[in-house]
Design a protein around this ligand. Structure first.
Ligand code: GDP
Ligand code: IMO
Ligand code: MG
Length: 429
């Protein structure tokens, strides 16, 4: 059996958490490789609902879970999440959780900056999750970040805080944010350091050993390809690479370790925050999708924008991320729709496009070309076998498969862990 890399192929919230949890049963290690607590991955097991933002979804199955170097970690948020899921009965010890010593931290000053910029941007805002993710990645690339390994070395920490403040103080001044002192930050970090210390390790060594012992590794992506800082709907994106190619760099393994790339795709489309969304519905059909699909953000509680399935976008995500197979999620949400539409191309002025162009104004201007497809009367909700699907639902799934150019390996039919139909085993490629 090989490794599997799970990524979102639309604008996030496709149901990655549920799929990872289901696959984790047969994995030995689950690794997050990018993003931070902007992610919200929901897992439902019986009457219990787990919501993970930083913890890899493997912790629900008690699997060794690694927060890789590519993740930006808010240590206070992490400790609060650990306390919350411990309260739900999960065991989180250094035996099951590893924090990469080279992961960069998200500090309160990053959240301040995120909020201040969004507040000032007016109509130009991104609609971020407000978690400080963008500013934290900026500091990482700007070589000013504080990393987990610095917490045990006060001299390094003091030096780094000075360096960080030399950058942030003028920014804060310009944004009318109060000055902060190095002592304040040092105090905050001194308090949290002993709480996170037991989990900190060179994560690449843990993964190297796992590979040498032929362990199955599951790479857990957050966000999605259309939110990728290079390949997404820039500037309405997150600040990390979310494509499968990031799994290797963000975990500290070679590119071949990524294995089978599984793209998670919702049976319709949603997006949270600002930015282009060609197949968005502003009518009661959009409302109905949102209500049936309970489309409210896991992290911020914001209402998700809803629209028809966009095959053009997903085909593009499949290409730029090297998706080998797809999980089509939330098919049950479409139960009872008389007709469904799939976006199969875009019109831009006189032109017909089979891809989303890069320019911000072009992305906002494309008009979807739809294909209509018959809905179904029967129910797919909670179906666990292909045979249980109404014929029209099978036709919808097959049409999507044809349009996106990737095989559909699994279909999910409810939030519950076991409600899933497997056509192809991702671990066997
Ligand atoms: P993620 O960010 O990709 O992990 O997705 P989220 O957890 O943010 O959002 C997906 C939501 O859909 C969660 O509330 C899941 O419990 C739910 N969900 C996942 N799969 C299905 C499905 O097949 N059917 C339905 N109705 N809900 C699902
Ligand atoms: P999961 O992993 C959906 C969106 C935000 C905003 C943009 C930038 O649960 O699928 P950021 O805070 O990252 O700077 O915000 O990205 N966004 C998500 N949307 N699901 C997510 O994660 C998201 N993480 C960030 O809404 O539009
Ligand atoms: Mg989510």
């Amino acid at each position: 059996m090989g490794n599997v890399t799970v990524i979102g192929a639309q604008w996030g919230d496709e149901g990655k958490g549920k799929v990872i949890d289901w696959l984790a049963d047969r994995a030995d290690v689950v690794v997050r490789f990018q993003g931070g607590n902007n992610a919200g991955h929901t897992i439902v097991v019986g009457n219990t609902e787990y919501r993970f933002s930083l913890l890899p979804s493997g912790v629900a199955q008690g699997k060794l879970s690694v927060i890789g170097n590519g993740v930006v970690v808010d240590p206070w948020s992490l400790m609060a999440e650990i306390a919350r899921v411990r309260g739900q009965g999960l065991t989180i010890t250094p035996e099951v959780l590893v924090l990469a010593d080279t992961a960069a931290l998200v500090l309160p000053l990053h959240r301040d900056l995120d909020a201040a910029r969004e507040a000032r941007a007016g109509a130009g805002k991104i609609g971020t999750t407000g978690r400080g993710i963008g500013p934290a990645y900026e500091d990482k690339v700007g070589r000013r970040a504080i990393r987990f390994c610095d917490l045990a070395d006060e001299t390094a920490l003091e030096f780094k805080i000075e360096r960080l403040l030399a950058h942030h103080q003028p920014l804060r001044h310009g944004l009318d944010l109060p000055e902060i002192t190095a002592d304040e930050i040092l105090e905050q970090l001194r308090e949290v350091a002993p709480q996170v210390a037991p989990f900190i390790q060179p994560a690449w060594r843990v993964l190297d050993a796992a590979q040498k012992a032929n362990r199955q590794i599951l790479f857990e992506g957050a966000q999605a390809v259309m939110l990728d800082v290079d390949h997404g709907t820039y500037p309405y994106v997150t600040s990390s690479n979310t494509v499968a190619g990031q799994a290797a760099a963000g975990a500290g393994v070679g590119p071949s370790a990524a294995g089978y790339v599984l793209g998670i795709v919702k049976a319709y489309t949603t997006r949270v925050g600002e930015g282009p969304f060609p197949s968005e519905l502003h009518d009661e059909t959009g409302e109905k999708l949102g209500q049936r699909g309970a489309e409210f953000g896991t992290v911020t509680g914001r209402k998700r924008r809803c629209g028809w399935f966009d095959a053009v976008l997903v085909r593009q995500s499949v290409a730029v991320s090297g998706v080998n197979g797809v999980v089509l999620t939330k098919l049950d949400v479409l139960d009872g729709f008389e007709t469904l539409k799939i976006c199969v191309g875009y019109r831009l002025g006189d032109e017909v496009l089979d891809y989303l162009p890069a320019g911000m104004r072009e992305q906002a201007a494309v008009i979807p070309i739809y294909e209509e497809i018959e809905g179904w009367n029967g129910i797919t909700h909670k179906a666990r076998s292909w045979r249980d699907l109404p014929a029209a639902a099978v036709k919808y799934v097959r049409r999507i498969e044809e349009l996106i150019g990737a095989q559909i390996a699994l279909v999910t039919t409810s939030p519950e862990r076991e409600d899933i139909i497997m056509m192809r085993d991702p671990f066997r490629g």
